[in-house]
Write a protein that binds this ligand. Structure first.
Ligand code: GLA
Length: 409
């Protein structure tokens, strides 16, 4: 509960609550979300927590109705600089930069959607490695979104206002869209809807099938441990930064391919033969990745829904196919990821692939439970031989979505 400790030391007093939003790993479907395709992420046990209290109202920092009460004060254990002050009445995209743009953007997007945002003090802590492609930004957005919407409810209850429809808890799908809007329009990174949906909608023991066109979801039972397999995340420690521009370039290429094909998005390209209508070989490869990864999502769902005896071996094969497609067709892999995949396969993994936006971050390997130790050793040794920093390993298990930790619900 380090967020609560940080809250006490920075702000004095107790937070009104502590909320946790998990990071995610994506089992299948990369760069498919903004093409209206399918994704299959699962939530991690690790995430971002936010200890928060309303500014106005009994027992909260700041005096009721004081001029400073329409303000967010944000601090983070991972950002040792002084707390950041954000005036809620003057919020506009581009005004807040750095890590605080994510929570400030959520406040902005909530208000833009007509949801009340109370002035608040928020202390953030994270046990997700930043820049590891495990969705720490979305986790920060979702923890803030839950904290602010629940604090708003408490505030209304305290002032004995009748709970209007607007004040009722914001549905999670809407919260995901609000958090994504914060990232797209306030922070300025053109991501899809996968990460925020994973953080807010996943269930323990399941992967989340999300159709990014209809926004329909279903929970797909996913329990590798019960089948004698394990999920290993390898943080290659090559930092990825979605704001770097390459992500936006890929997105623009996909949109161009769809335009040339005369369809609203690549989701509508159902016949692989139509790829030949793209004269530009680069656009052809980009589109081929998207439609083949979409199909792999559906194939993995079929394997998980009525598993044959060798389901995990088959899913592993699809993971490796996806990596090859991301490396050769979408061209967003990086040397450490390729080496980690190669070493994992040679040491007995069922399959492995890079996950997330690309150009750095993590690899997900599906491993027979008995091969965990040799796979880690093989990857560490391969990195050592190349003179790279030791990778970090994280055992992943499909976990629950964002929730309030304190007071216990
Ligand atoms: C990042 C984005 C997601 C998604 C993935 C790639 O994580 O935030 O929306 O596009 O990259 O699949």
């Amino acid at each position: 509960m380090r967020a609560a400790e940080l809250f006490r030391s920075r702000f004095g007093g107790e937070p009104d609550g502590v909320w946790l939003a998990p990071g995610r790993a994506n089992l299948m479907g990369e760069h498919t979300d903004y093409n209206d395709g399918y994704v299959l992420p699962f939530a991690l046990g690790q995430g971002v927590s936010a200890a928060a209290a309303r500014r106005a109202g009994p027992g909260s920092p700041g005096s009721p109705g004081s001029p400073g009460s329409r303000r967010l004060t944000l601090c983070s254990r991972q950002e040792p600089a002084a707390p950041v002050q954000v005036a809620l009445d003057q919020l506009a995209p581009g005004q807040v930069t750095g890590w605080a743009a994510y929570p400030a953007g959520v406040a902005w997007a909530l208000e833009a959607a007509g949801h009340p945002v109370p002035g608040a003090c928020i202390a953030i802590d994270s046990d997700l490695p930043a820049g590891a492609g495990l969705s720490s930004s979305a986790a920060l957005e979702c923890a803030t979104a839950l904290a602010l919407t629940e604090l708003a409810l408490t505030e209304l209850a305290l002032t004995e206002l009748a709970l209007t429809e607007k004040a009722a808890a914001v549905p999670r799908r809407e919260l995901a869209a609000i958090a994504r809007r914060a990232e797209n329009e306030f922070v300025g990174v053109p991501t899809g809807i996968m990460d925020q949906s994973a953080s807010l909608l996943c269930r323990s023991g399941h992967a989340l099938l999300l159709d990014c066109l209809s926004l329909e979801t279903s929970q797909v039972p996913f329990d590798p441990a019960a089948a004698g397999a394990s999920l290993l995340l390898i943080n290659t420690r090559a930092k990825h930064d979605l704001a770097d521009g390459e992500y936006g370039e890929r997105r623009a290429e996909c949109e161009q391919a769809a335009r040339l094909l005369g369809i609203p998005s690549l989701r509508y390209l159902t016949n692989p033969a139509d790829l030949d209508r793209l004269a530009d070989p680069v656009l052809r490869r980009r589109a081929r990745h998207v439609i083949t990864d979409d199909q792999r999502v559906l194939d993995v769902v079929t394997l998980l829904s009525s598993p044959p005896a060798d389901a995990y071996r088959e899913i592993g094969r699809l993971l490796t196919q996806s990596h090859v497609s991301l490396r050769d067709d979408f061209e967003i892999s990086w040397p450490e990821a390729d080496r980690a995949v190669e070493a994992a396969l040679a040491a007995g993994a069922f399959g492995a692939r890079m996950i997330g936006g690309g150009f750095g971050g993590s690899v997900l390997a599906l491993v027979p439970a008995t091969a965990g130790v040799p796979v880690r050793a093989a990857i560490t040794e391969a990195f050592g031989r190349s003179g790279w920093r030791r990778p970090e390993f994280l055992d992943a298990a499909p976990s629950d979505s964002a929730r309030r930790l304190v007071p216990a619900p």
